[in-house]
Write a protein that binds this ligand. Structure first.
Ligand code: FAD
Length: 265
């Protein structure tokens, strides 16, 4: 199975700061692999271990320093890496990002079977990039993926984590999946993996390499713009308690009584 894994570099902070142009400030902030993408990588590596002859190429669209993140992912067992990087990509919104990544995959890996993305990037948090890539490549997509319970080159049986339960779906390849975060810790690179990843080449794809023009990517190729960015301040007087079940039932009862003058159940 030929797998394209998409990973994004995100700031290693919950305190996101904004530039004067309403884009996320990345300078002077440590970067890490988007947490959802570490689970996407884990799922891709599991598939590789189950389907003989599989190959994982990891893609990221970002500045040149994102190369170190690609090497970290190769150290886990991914086979090759592509850095989609060009100053002309700056200012891309999710539409332009989806188009650019889809073009890079089609250029480097036209015979891919599966594209694996994270469900969300913790900085932008739109969850639009995976579906946009699938749309531009005209392939089926499965979002909110929790696990793959059966796989072959041609079909995957996946579980999806939904608000009201777990759904099982079957999809035929080529397809794109967006993977949720899980409760377990993802695997860490071993020293041999780190040494071999350091020696592997990283292919750079520029705008010309993937056949795009400035009208299709970057600021000009982005139909949306951020007019205002602000931190949401809760107006609710919410409180968080840590207590056992009996105490929490009592507290709930007292609170309902206080606000409604009594409760039946
Ligand atoms: P999501 O859609 O939530 O990510 C889901 C998954 O898609 C990830 O888990 C990952 O698997 C994959 N993915 C997402 N992004 C990438 C990537 N870059 N490479 C590989 N895989 C990826 N951001 C900037 O850094 N610089 C800018 O100048 C900039 N300008 C912008 C201008 C506008 C008008 C807008 C609307 C956004 C801009 N952004 C910019 C944000 C940028 O568009 C998003 O970061 C990007 O499209 C990904 O969206 P997201 O963060 O919501 O990811």
């Amino acid at each position: 199975m030929k797998i394209a894994l998409c990973i994004k570099q995100v700031p290693d902070t919950t305190d996101i700061k904004w530039t004067e142009h309403n884009t996320i400030q990345r300078e002077g902030v440590e970067s890490v692999i988007n947490p959802y993408d570490t689970y996407a990588a884990e799922l891709a590596l599991n598939l590789k271990s189950q389907i003989e002859g599989s190959h994982i190429t990891v893609f990221t669209m970002g500045p040149t320093q994102a190369e170190s993140m690609l090497r970290k992912t190769m150290a886990l067992g991914c086979d090759s890496a592509v850095l989609i990087s060009d100053k002309k990509f700056a200012g891309s919104d999710t539409y332009a990002t989806g188009l650019t990544i889809s073009r890079a995959i089609r250029t480097v890996m036209p015979d891919f079977d599966l594209i694996v993305c994270g469900q969300f990037a913790v900085d932008g948090d739109t969850a639009q990039t995976g579906p946009a890539i699938a749309n531009f490549l005209d392939i089926p997509q499965v979002t909110y993926v929790k696990d793959c319970i059966d796989c072959s080159d041609k079909n995957l049986t996946l579980t999806r984590e939904l608000e009201d339960g777990i759904e099982t779906v079957k999809v035929s390849t080529p397809a794109l999946i967006c993977v949720m975060k899980q409760d377990f810790e993802t695997c860490r690179a071993k020293i041999n993996g780190i040494i071999s990843a350091a020696k592997k080449p990283v292919r750079i794809c520029t705008m010309e390499d993937i056949g795009l023009t400035p009208e299709k990517t970057g600021i000009k190729g982005s139909p949306t713009y951020v007019s205002k960015a602000f931190r949401n301040v809760s107006t609710h007087n919410a409180k968080k308690y840590k207590m056992n079940t009996a105490d929490s039932v009592q507290l709930l009862r007292e609170t309902i009584e206080k606000h409604s003058g009594g409760c039946d159940e």
